[in-house]
Design a protein around this ligand. Sequence first.
Ligand code: ADP
Length: 506
Amino acid sequence: MKYIMALDSGTSSVRCILFDREGKTAALSQREITQHYPKPGWVEHDAEEIWQAQLSAARQAMKKLGISWRELAAIGITNQRETTILWDRKTGQAIGPAIVWQCRRTADMTERLRAEHPESAELFRKKTGLLLDPYFSGTKIRWILDHTEGARERAERGELCFGTVDSWLIYKLTKGRVHVTDYSNASRTLLFNINTLSWDRELCDFLEIPMALLPEARPSSFLYGKSEPEFFGGEVPIAGAAGDQQAALFGQTCFLEGEAKNTYGTGCFMLMNTGERPIDSKNGLLTTIAWGIDGKVNYALEGSVYVAGAAIQWLRDELRILDQSPDSEYFATRVSDTNGCYVVPAFTGLGAPFWDPYARGAITGLTRGVNKYHIIRATLESLAFQSNDVLRAMEMDSGIHLSSLRVDGGACRNDFLMQFQADICGSPVRRPLCVETTALGAAYLAGLAVSFWESREEVKRSWGIDREFHPKMTEEERGRQIRGWNKAVSSCFGWAKDEEDGQKGG
Ligand code: ADP
């Protein structure tokens, strides 16, 4: 057997990648997923479409490579997290649309619950590592039960199943024989106690969710079952599952405490492996299960930057000083520094570790000599400064020093940005050869469960680095730059609040 099949069920598309033993992509096939926006702020997918698209992508990838099921050692799954599906346990049919993680339909419900039970914030944080927020699955399940006729009674009788997308795909692949999820996905539901690794009765009661709905929670590298022969011609073990961000952390081989990955997309998504203990964040970061493997569980701290690549898009689309995002690198390197200028793209407020929804963006330190190259450079640097703020918060929470930062996502191609990130963090930045880290992580988890790869050390040996960026900046210069950034950020605090107060007053 030569390949691992990774099913990467994302928000905008689903993909199947067949990886060989060296972790190289042997074939890739992709299908778009239709986005449904039935009301402002609502986002839905058709669960059946996700399954059919995933199956068709998988078959297409096998066809491209001209292989049969006999050459597949295992299937690994990674998925958009928190997206919620309820289906009929007997027929396997979804009882309504999949409610996507971005959907805000439960915002009012969440606000009401928070106001009526102020003590719940602490309860959820302690048990799940999360905030009581519409983003996670819990309130979405409650919404479906409250708004679908007969659903609550059927759920109580055990006639319905809940699952995130991993769970749904495994159920479909096994034709209803297996109803499971992995710990990393379970840890995004608001119902799973990340300390005891079990569904929590108190939390389920709080959200009025019958426990009969819930899948069995299992490690992320584990033989969940085998696919029905009708799909690929024979039975293939389904042996890995993890939420997309956690899978990317695994695909980046951040197996050890202190290793972290940052995905530079529209926003930035950072996860730091904190080893075998969950760290309670004092800086508003999320605590989550990274994965369960070999009888052990690894935890992670998770944080994000709202505006990252989006700031480069702003240079391109609003300021129009760029034609294409990648050109930012060339322009930034036409000058040797930002000439004292800082760009803080707090367009929608500031997240971790500042948590100021009223902050707004600013360009500071302007003098007569600042030109467009300086502004482009300062905008790129803001991605690194913001990521550094989140990483420092992770270090403060965990007491663990960042040993290295692995990078992926569209903007990780920017060498100037990566070098500056290394300089500002004072840690090496490693860019992998295979930037399909999410799918690769799912493949690793599955491959390790069936001994396609013997150990994580073997996996690590096959993992190739495209380029490593070492910090070159002096301590003194780093300190000076960060002080300047902090000053620029503090000038943004509370900006829109003054405005609101002013409007109220006047
Ligand atoms: P997403 O998955 O969030 O849509 P991608 O991972 O595709 O994002 O990354 C695209 C983002 O990265 C865009 O915001 C784009 O402006 C930015 N980007 C892409 N390439 C570069 C580059 N070479 N330099 C700077 N920014 C870039």
